[in-house]
Design a protein around this ligand. Sequence first.
Ligand code: GLP
Length: 244
Amino acid sequence: MEVKIYQDYHALSEAAASEIIDLVKNKPGAVICLASGHTPRLTCKLFAEKALQQKTDLSRITFIGLDEWVGVPPDNEGSCHYFFQHEVFQPLHLSASQINLFNALSINLEQECQEMDKVIADKEGIDLMIVGIGMNGHIGFNEPGVSFDSYSHVIKLDDTTLTVGQKYFKTATSLGKGITLGLKHLQESKKVILIANGTKKAGVIKKTVEEKVNNSFPASIMQKHSNGFVMIDQEAAGLLNRNN
Ligand code: GLP
């Protein structure tokens, strides 16, 4: 794992967006997994802008959504579906056959997990994951205590996630469980980029990079990835020891 520090949120997002474009140029059939949330919003916007400007052929990519709030419908503006629809799929005119998102309204969530795992396995794994980090160290909805060996699963969300998660919704929304790719997917992904910005993420970034790898702080698994990058702005890097 390598830490890369950028001047500010915009520079960080530019770099992350360029990673996606470069990958697709080298591998038009790439399998790409992105997170939703506030951090990746500018990355997605810049990716869409660059792809349109450069007329990048995205017709063969496979898109994988990292996670979703169980029970939240896709037309709710706080859902991950809604985010990707508006930030990525519509601007880039991706076709439905390229898009793989968890249906968090399904009556059979186990089957949703199995189907997602099968899509990823059939495509011989994910080429690039760009993920964020929660205030409890989660990646996707891999909450503290999760197994590092997990693939897709449904999980009870912890109190931090339930509280912080309200920021995505216009009105108070009942949240309880999440459906998410697992940390085994992350470990098997050919490249992983964790992005974070702002002083509020400085503490979790310090733990991600400097704490002993342990599943009570799931993002610490990044340290084990041989092609893993923690890309952050100077504010999020504010508490790191100098030698990182
Ligand atoms: C959310 C999502 C994650 C996201 C993280 C950070 O709850 N489940 O996939 O990366 O928390 O979100 P943000 O970028 O808004 O801080």
